[in-house]
Ligand binder design. Structure first.
Ligand code: SF4
Length: 214
């Protein structure tokens, strides 16, 4: 169940995030929804920098869902190898592109229902795509958003889907896309998994964890 949190606290939180991380977007390089879909699959257990290095060349060679289905699997594996778990990732990309060809004429659909029907696509990836490729509001709950939300006290849940619904109840819909990016950047910059830098954090006064460690 969503936490009861004063609207004024949420307003202040959003204001600080906006001022601290102005204009932040996904760090995954892409020129269209298909490229973002593939980059997101490759980003599992891998840094965005590494993914971008790989996709720079990959997206020059392969441009359409058909290209990804027709390239020999061993070639695709070799191309995505530096991102780790390359056999599974190549298989996932292939299965997803095959489904895109069969069901959507090779295009990435722009709604949650259809995205969730694609092999290997969960709510997190679907929300990444909706927000960053189509500008459709969604909250991305990745490892950073999960951790930071829990520490601040925006949710008591640990299941990402329950956290997503808690956050949707608290955060105005118009802010969902930016809020997701800002929380991801905050998790990377200050609220790190092992040791959050609370003394330097502008959210400290609004954060349950930060206040406890004062
Ligand atoms: S005060 Fe500490 S725990 Fe809270 S958001 Fe900032 S870095 Fe994270």
């Amino acid at each position: 169940m969503a936490q009861k949190i004063a609207k004024s606290r949420i307003k202040k939180l959003l204001e600080i995030l906006r001022n601290t991380y102005p204009g932040v977007k996904t760090a995954l390089g892409h020129r269209n929804p298909l490229e973002l879909l593939i980059a997101t699959i490759l980003s599992a257990q891998c840094t965005d920098e590494r993914v971008n290095q790989v996709t720079k060349t990959l997206f020059q060679k392969l441009r359409t869902a058909k290209d990804f289905v027709e390239v020999p699997l061993s070639d695709l594996e070799e191309m995505v190898r530096p991102t780790g778990f390359y056999r599974n990732k190549a298989k996932s990309i292939r299965a997803c592109c095959q489904a895109l060809l069969e069901r959507h004429s090779g295009k990435v659909p722009d709604n949650m229902e259809a995205l969730l029907q694609l092999p290997g696509i969960g709510r997190k990836t679907a929300n990444v795509l909706l927000g960053s490729a189509f500008g459709i509001p969604g909250i991305v709950v990745d490892t950073h958003v999960k951790r930071v939300s829990q520490r601040i006290g925006l949710t008591r849940e640990s299941d990402p889907v329950k956290i997503e619904f808690d956050l949707m109840a608290l955060i105005p819909k118009k802010d969902w896309i930016d809020f997701s990016h800002q929380m991801i950047w905050h998790g990377r910059a200050l609220c790190k998994a092992r040791k959050p830098n609370c003394p330097a954090c502008p959210l400290r006064e609004l954060c349950d964890y930060g206040r406890e460690t004062t």
